[in-house]
Design a binder for this molecule. Structure first.
Ligand code: ATR
Length: 292
């Protein structure tokens, strides 16, 4: 990869970016496309965000992928926010324009939908979504866009589930039925009875063997989507495989949202296969390092 004075610089930006997979997949894609771009990690403490954004703009960074915990706060530093991102209330992508505009977008929502649509339609389906945080806001919103029949949001903190279900119902003027529930086994079992697509947006299962939905609660005729991608096959995904359900990997969402980011920044057509190949290589080597 040639790096010179004309190399365009992109970055993943968050509080801590050392373990982000974004540099792996974007650099693989840039190399494959043969474009003079590089993707790095940039971190900042929360009380220096104004300086960090001004710095990125002044130094000519072309675009940033925003990660935890700045997906909401970063909107303050944008001159324009895409309508969909505004409705979601969070951004994960920033484009620094030559005319000094800083535009915020959200590609998480479309990334999730694309990953699900590979195995199932969403229209008229009953969705159970675990979690009511930043990722849930984007995915829940997209379920409305895709015309799901109903969306039940299950969260440890019930109030947050209630608030998000209300918000989504309002945005789509009640065209999608929304419900809120807790995460006790009884509550989840009752909802799962009528669920076509189960989506985990919480961090449960990340680098652990935990799950709150066990194999006995799943059915073959369900779609199970876990946005967690470390490990590639979470306990929830392994259980879903066991019962013969259709599965959607968090890694696919990560890649689809990254492909959308490159389209926004560079108007290019990235390759899903190339990004996936390099992501899998990295995930597998992380497993090897941990087991040594
Ligand atoms: P993100 O932006 O990745 O969605 P977040 O905004 O911190 O991250 O949201 C994390 C979600 O995972 C929340 O819905 C959280 O539940 P609470 O709102 O009740 O805190 C959920 N979550 C995290 N750890 C959990 C656990 N051990 N059990 C149940 N829910 C958990």
């Amino acid at each position: 990869m040639k790096i010179d004075g004309k190399t365009k610089v992109f970055a993943v930006f968050g509080q801590s970016t050392a373990h982000s997979m974004s540099p792996i997949i974007h650099n693989a894609s840039f190399r494959n496309l043969g474009i003079n771009c590089i993707f790095i990690g940039l971190s900042s403490p929360s009380d220096k965000l104004d300086i960090a954004f001004a710095g990125m703009q002044t130094l000519g960074i072309k675009g940033a992928a925003i990660i935890l915990p700045y997906k909401v706060e970063a909107m303050k530093y944008c001159t324009d926010v895409d309508l969909m991102a505004k409705q979601i209330g969070a951004i994960n992508t920033i484009c620094f324009k030559d005319d000094e505009r800083i535009i915020g977008y959200n590609t998480d929502a479309q990334g999730a939908a694309k990953a699900i649509l590979n195995v199932s339609s969403i229209k008229d389906k009953n969705i159970l979504m675990l979690g009511a945080g930043g990722a849930a806001k984007a995915i829940g919103f997209q379920m409305g866009v895709e015309k799901a029949k109903s969306l039940t949001i299950a969260n440890k903190t019930f109030e947050k589930a209630f608030e998000l279900s209300d918000q989504i119902s309002d945005i789509f003027e009640h065209r999608i039925k929304t419900f809120a529930t807790g995460i006790s086994k009884e509550e989840l079992t009752q909802t799962l009875f009528n669920t076509d697509i189960l989506i985990n947006t919480t961090s449960i299962g990340m680098n652990s063997n935990e799950t709150i939905i066990t194999a006995d609660m799943l059915r073959q005729d369900m779609v199970v989507f876990d946005i967690v991608y470390t490990p590639y096959k979470t306990r929830l995904i392994q259980d879903a495989e066991k019962v013969g359900a259709k599965i959607v990997h968090g890694a696919d969402m990560l890649i689809y949202q990254a492909m959308e980011q490159e389209r926004i920044w560079l108007r290019v057509k990235p390759s899903f296969e190339v990004m996936k190949q390099y992501l899998m290589k990295q995930l597998n080597s992380d497993i090897r390092i941990k087991s040594v």
